[in-house]
Write a protein that binds this ligand. Structure first.
Ligand code: SAH
Ligand code: SF4
Ligand code: F3S
Length: 474
């Protein structure tokens, strides 16, 4: 969870917005775009909900726990709103993101303090929605009733939000997200994304290149291309041709100043030959790939409708490693999908053993209303899911520690991103996306610097800056 905090906005702004972001990087990107759309309306960013006139919760629906968190946060906001009103003020509460899309009006029914519910494809309409909420509120006030104003927009409009949202304003610490693709047509049987984000859509090539140039001009040296299925990208080029992700990456690498390129999240089915080759040919493409596999059992992969088996995944890994031997792999795993037997789970453990992951995310299967998985017989008991998750995470944790340890002693380029908690400490990322802590001047933030790695930990490394290496690109 990340909060969009106050930047360098002036003090003279009249209104303040606090945006809380849950879920994936696409939501992080969208939260920034919402801030951009609200800025011309006079909204500066607030550090806390207490300082804000408007609070936006940019929500995630992927697992039950993620969406339930939103309601506890809304309960707290309702109290803040009531206190404000008692003191003659007010607080506008907006719910955005995937819970907004999935639950729509139900949100305002469960928590009447909510004023606006806006789905991920309608953020460019936020100004109208705010104006409408204010109008409704004035009417409600006249009638002395105090619920939320109840404005809803969860349509998938014909126009793309990307054509109507302002372009990014500013880059944090040399690194920027760039959404190039949204939505999903794959319909894995456990997943809500096709319902919350809608059909697959690729932004046109010219829009992506223009945004990339703008981000670089604003100080980005690392671009992370985002999409729910980013490697299914098939954007239209100005000459009418369709570009794949590989083609786009090759073009982005030509932009002067782009030192690092990454993309996430990819699907094994869309790892085409050209994309695999690009990993060996484009030096800016970092040697790290997040490639979710979910399970190592063919039976479960089929039931999940992943549209590939274990063999294809292993083959992709081999081909990637043959063009880029130092490639670090990361993945997502689900344990306890309906019908998963001990033997299926063993297949997953064997796949992990065989591949060796540098990092991973793993989850207990969560039944999501409206998905085919939710109605399957043979749901796995919670205690079995917990035991499998613990075993899987122990193995993955061991692999992550081994991977970090294998880099100790090496000198690697690190892109510094932020100050650490300890005074004088700065934190950055290696090409393999490991976090590195080092003593260094905060002016190195946003730059790539050579660092000697001296100590490996489960989730990070300690390093020493190699003096004289400032300004190294890559
Ligand atoms: N588009 C990506 C994944 C997006 S969701 C892909 O195709 O891989 C991120 C991760 O959340 C998924 O990879 C999956 O591991 C997990 N996830 C999604 N739905 C889930 C559910 N119902 N229960 C548990 N984990 C889930
Ligand atoms: Fe969900 Fe599957 Fe689409 Fe990924 S590919 S977003 S897991 S439906
Ligand atoms: Fe969550 Fe929506 Fe992203 S459900 S993971 S915020 S696409």
């Amino acid at each position: 969870m990340k909060d969009v905090r106050a930047g360098s906005e002036g003090q003279c702004q009249r209104k303040r917005v606090f945006i809380r972001t849950y879920g994936c990087q696409m939501n992080v990107y969208d939260s920034d775009r919402m801030a951009d759309v609200l800025r011309p309306l006079g909204y500066a960013l607030a550090d806390t909900p207490e300082q804000a006139d408007l609070v936006v919760l940019n929500t995630c629906h992927i697992r039950e726990h993620a969406s339930e968190k939103v309601y506890s946060e809304l309960g707290r906001l309702r109290d803040t709103k009531a206190e404000r009103r008692a003191a003659g003020g007010d607080l506008t509460i907006a719910v955005a993101g995937c819970v907004a899309q999935a639950e729509g009006e139900e949100i305002a029914r469960r928590q009447p303090a909510v004023d606006i519910v806006v789905g991920p494809q309608a953020y460019h309409r936020l100004p109208e929605l705010l104006a409408e909420a204010e109008r409704k509120l004035a009417i409600l006030r006249a009638g002395k009733r105090l619920p939320g104003a109840g404005v809803l927009d969860t349509e998938f409009p014909a126009e793309s939000k990307f054509d109507h949202l302002p372009s990014p304003q500013g880059v944090r610490a040399g690194s920027a997200f760039l959404s190039i693709q949204e939505g999903c047509d794959k319909f894995c049987t456990f997943c809500v994304v096709p319902y919350t984000r809608g059909a697959e859509y690729s932004r046109p090539v010219s829009a992506v290149l223009a945004e990339a140039r703008q981000l670089v001009a604003a100080g980005a040296i690392e671009l992370t291309l985002l999409g729910q299925n980013v490697n299914a990208y098939h954007g239209e080029a100005p000459d009418g041709a369709t570009w794949s992700l590989a083609r786009l990456i090759r073009e982005l690498a030509e932009i002067e100043g782009v030192a690092r390129l990454r993309y996430t999240t990819s699907h094994p089915r869309d790892m085409d030959d050209d994309l695999i080759r690009a990993h060996g040919e484009v030096p800016q493409l970092m040697p790290y790939l997040h490639l979710p596999v979910q399970s190592g059992s063919d039976r479960i992969l089929e039931a999940m409708n992943r549209r590939h088996g274990r063999a294809l995944f292993l083959d992709i890994v081999d081909r990637l490693r043959s063009v880029r031997p130092d490639l670090a792999l990361s993945s997502d795993f689900i344990v306890g999908f309906p019908g998963e037997s001990d033997a299926d789970f063993d297949d997953t453990m064997r796949l992990i053993d065989q591949v060796g992951f540098a990092s991973a995310f793993s989850f207990k299967y969560s039944r999501r209303p409206g998905t085919p998985g939710a109605t399957l017989q043979d749901q796995v008991p919670e205690s079995v899911k917990s035991a499998r998750l613990a075993a899987l995470q122990a193995l993955l944790g061991r692999q992550a520690r081994e991977f970090n340890a294998s880099k100790v002693g090496a000198t690697v380029p690190v892109l510094f991103a932020e100050s650490g908690r300890k005074p004088g400490q700065i934190i950055g990322k290696t090409p393999w996306l490991q976090s590195v802590y080092a003593e260094g001047n905060p002016r190195l933030i946003g730059h790539v610097v050579d660092v000697r790695l001296i100590e490996g930990h489960p989730n990070s490394l300690a390093g020493e800056i190699v003096t004289g290496s400032y300004g190294v690109a890559a």
